[in-house]
Design a binder for this molecule. Structure first.
Ligand code: NAP
Length: 281
């Protein structure tokens, strides 16, 4: 059997088209959605991510505002900027690009962002809302991953989902989103025992570890949906996922590629969160 390849680029493109149409309607009514991106210090990878986010905003009719602070910026500098952006009615979404220099407490700074402008969904109030099943801002990569799963099937009720990884950024919110879809969720991590056997029970297998091709073909249950979140750059510049794609795609029913799977969905969902915030004002 050869799995269906879930084309994240295509799904993200469709989503961006819908966002652009809604953003245009909102602008015509007098509110242009605005996203502020804060970057502290120089980090070449963050630089690329920020540029991609800014470009994506421009293409969808969302105004972007870049705030670059030097690595020497103090906690007070970042705090002041966040307070200013919280009060700015032209800004509907605020994103603190991670990582930040060690002397800046990223969690504390995220907690200062107004929850309704927290487009990364990392404010404790938004995390709590997700767990409580209340509406709020949902982190972008898990949100995008769920949309890709729903491209395959809308009814996830009763399916066994195994999520490998328990980070606040991805693993934990992904587990919550799947639980809200009535999946039976197993959250695996570095201390999990018998991981291959556990994965073989998964109707939905989500890998977010950061280890190239850790998930082998024989870990995959025949007919499973496999979502590969990992981005692992090799010495030759090639990107590999956390799943051995060649082997797993012979066994799964559907699988996301790396690149071109989950990655494009992250920015599309960031735009969606910004638009959602603007529509609520
Ligand atoms: P992270 O914070 O480093 O978390 C990795 C998780 O994997 C941890 O929970 C860790 O367990 C678990 N883990 C590590 N080794 C393991 C093992 N041998 N067996 C089972 N579990 C293991 O990483 P993250 O931020 O969640 O990101 C994970 C991957 O997704 C990375 O490759 C990242 O680049 C990628 N990512 C992609 C996007 C995108 O847009 N596509 C967005 C975010 C992240 P412990 O908790 O026990 O340490």
């Amino acid at each position: 059997m050869s799995a269906r390849i879930i084309d994240g680029k295509q799904v993200a493109e469709r989503l961006r088209g819908e966002i652009a149409a809604r953003a245009a309607a909102l602008s015509a009514a007098g509110t242009t959605p605005g996203l502020a991106v804060i970057m502290v210090g120089d980090n070449p990878a963050s630089d690329v991510y920020v540029r991609n986010k800014v470009n994506a905003c421009e293409k969808t009719g969302i105004r972007s505002f870049e705030h670059r602070l030097p690595a020497s910026a103090s906690r007070d500098d970042v705090t002041l900027l966040i307070h200013r952006l919280n009060a700015d009615r032209h800004i509907h979404g605020i994103l603190l690009q991670l990582p930040v220099p060690a002397h800046i407490d990223a969690n504390a700074m995220t907690g200062l962002i107004a929850p309704e402008k927290d487009v990364d969904g990392l404010h404790p109030l938004n995390i709590g809302r997700l767990v409580a099943g209340l509406p709020g801002m949902v982190p972008c990569t898990p949100q995008g991953s769920l949309l890709l799963i729903q491209e395959v099937t809308r009814d996830l009720s009763g399916l066994h989902a195994v999520v490998i990884g328990r980070s606040l950024l991805f693993g934990k919110p992904m587990g919550q989103l799947l639980l809200a879809q009535d999946c039976t969720v197993t959250q695996a991590h570095s201390k999990t025992r018998e991981l291959p056997a556990l994965c073989r029970q998964a109707d939905i297998l989500v890998a977010a570890v950061g280890r190239a091709e850790m998930v082998k073909g024989e870990w995959v249950k025949p007919g499973a949906i496999v979502i590969d979140v990992g981005i692992n750059r090799q010495a030759d510049g090639k990107l590999l996922g956390d799943v051995d794609f060649a082997a797993a795609s012979k066994i799964a029913a559907a699988i996301t590629p790396v690149p071109g799977g989950v990655g494009p969905m992250t920015i599309a969902c960031l735009l969606a969160n910004t638009l959602k915030a603007a529509e609520k004002t």
